[in-house]
Design a protein around this ligand. Sequence first.
Ligand code: PGA
Length: 261
Amino acid sequence: MGELMDRKPLIAGNWKMHATHLEAIQMVQKLSYRLDPDCYERVDVVVCPPATALRSAQTVIETDHMSIRLGAQNCHWEENGAFTGEISPSMLAKLDVGYVIAGHSERRQLLGETDDMVNRKVKAILANSMIPILCVGETLQEREDELTTDVVKTQIEAGLRGIGGESAGSIAIAYEPIWAIGTGRNASADDAAETIDVIRSTVGRVWGDEAAAVVRILYGGSVNPGNIAGFMAKRGIDGALVGGASLEPDTFAAVVQYWKN
Ligand code: PGA
């Protein structure tokens, strides 16, 4: 399924809770210098700084006419209201944010984000013409109990509930096995591709085969310059969500330009 579609790779750096707004300016500038000007034709390059650095990153991207796109790590699903500490999707859209991560496992595990909340976020992000990066993935215990397939199917079905297949081209899904995040222990390219196949067929059941062939599915979890080419060589893997290796511009540039490694 999906073999004939030409899906443009997407490589997104998730900086998590790292970088002040001043550091962010330098990181974006350095990344831009390290990337070949024509690399953006091959891959969509996204950085997701913390919320406090979005405005500074946006300004440098705009002023220097960079092709790097801006992503946010989270948002609320309401447009405004009494939600202390939250940021709405329209506030992000106004900052030229093009992508928003929804349902990262750290938020699910540490901050109690449920499938229902993730689903509302995905809808709100789409309603504001941004691309949600919907994260799914199993814990080590679930993997050992052979529950990986059930877990990702449930997360995908719940995450996409009430959303039509015409949104397939405007959504990215990131398969991030929790045991591989920040541990230096990446899934093998074969394992990642196998679960990503399950995800694509689940999307096919929810939205139909055509939509499943369009949706971009990324791998995330200890991606680095040494293993990225192996993931990208798999037909079903359309890019990567990169944490630790996105913090150092040289390293992230080597991940983005994986064909040069
Ligand atoms: P990692 O994080 O690359 O540091 O494992 C990935 C992620 O959490 O998105």
